[in-house]
Design a binder for this molecule. Structure first.
Ligand SMILES: C[S@@+](CC[C@H](N)C(=O)[O-])C[C@H]1O[C@@H](n2cnc3c(N)ncnc32)[C@H](O)[C@@H]1O
Length: 275
């Protein structure tokens, strides 16, 4: 079941499954992707408005997320491996906030075709339309169920793997525990939840350092200081990060037996929680 060379999961032009890990991500490499380059926040904006996953974001999303989230390619590639280890025949793999289908594609790469039903959920119709097109193109032979819904309003059942890659951070804090409880109830002992998030860190000085390093990363990917500032303002109170300890405590409260970080780069981490 090792990593096979195929298409990059995040729909960038790379031919490598794990483009982040297998190719050094050097400033300038992505300028070749001119048609899909994220320049949404390049202009001086009086008020950039709240960030939403609309059609403008969808058109640049692969470039945006790869140049904004350190470690994104590695997390997506390893999501498939984690899923394959825990997927049980006859169950569902849920991808909550599936966006363009990157995690679903990674799962399809590693999980036996007949073993599980792949289910992607997103409340953005622009995202889901493009996701549908991507999956029809990349996985024409595999049935994937796509549902347009708020992930807090779905009845989850018969799951063996649940994936929340960079999505819980957009859910209001009060709704996070009820959602995790629902997911835990849909899983059986030994099954997993993969939770990837932007973190806030403690103490404050460590948080400041990681935020600075994240901005250094974005600058190295070609974002200007203006773009970084505009995006930060647009995400204020939309993306609400929490600490690793808060996530771990909530996962235990939701009924998971143990949970810990399996990947971290600066202030972005991925946890695995075992039911
Ligand atoms: C940062 S993106 C996730 C990226 C994706 N998981 C990946 O790894 O490529 C967050 C996604 O979650 C979706 N989303 C945010 N809040 C949601 C909610 N309450 N219900 C359903 N989808 C939601 C957004 O539309 C967006 O597509």
């Amino acid at each position: 079941m090792g990593l096979r060379l195929g298409r990059c999961h995040c729909f960038c032009p790379s031919k490598a499954v794990n483009c982040y890990a297998t190719r050094p991500f050097i400033a300038g490499i992505q300028t070749a992707m001119s048609t899909h380059r994220d320049t949404l926040y390049a202009k001086t904006l009086g008020d950039p408005g709240l960030f939403t996953f609309n059609s403008a974001v969808v058109s640049v999303f692969p470039d945006m997320i790869k140049r904004s989230v350190p470690g994104y390619g590695s997390v997506i590639a390893m999501t498939g491996l984690l899923a394959a280890r825990h997927a049980r025949p006859g169950t569902r793999i849920y991808d909550l906030g599936c966006s363009l289908g990157a995690s679903l594609l990674s799962c399809a790469e590693h999980v036996e075709t007949e073993a599980c039903e792949l289910v992607g959920i997103d409340n953005s119709d622009a995202m889901l339309n493009q996701c549908r097109a991507n999956l029809a193109n990349e996985l024409p032979e595999r049935k994937v169920t796509l549902i347009q819904a708020d992930i807090t309003a779905v009845d989850y059942e018969n799951a063996s793997v649940c994936i929340l890659n960079y999505t819980l951070q957009f859910v209001p804090i009060a709704q996070r525990l009820p959602l995790l409880k629902q997911l835990r109830a849909a899983l059986s002992p030994g099954d997993i939840l993969i939770l990837s998030e932007k973190l806030s860190l403690e103490p404050e000085a460590m948080n400041d350092l990681m935020v600075k390093l994240h901005h250094d990363f974005k600058r190295a990917q070609g974002y200007s200081d203006l773009e970084i500032a505009n995006k930060r303002q647009a995400l204020e109170n939309v993306l609400v990060p929490e600490t690793r300890d808060t996530h771990k405590a909530r996962l235990l409260e939701a009924g998971f037996s143990h949970a810990d970080v399996w990947f971290q780069c600066f202030n972005f981490a991925s946890l695995v929680a075992v039911a």
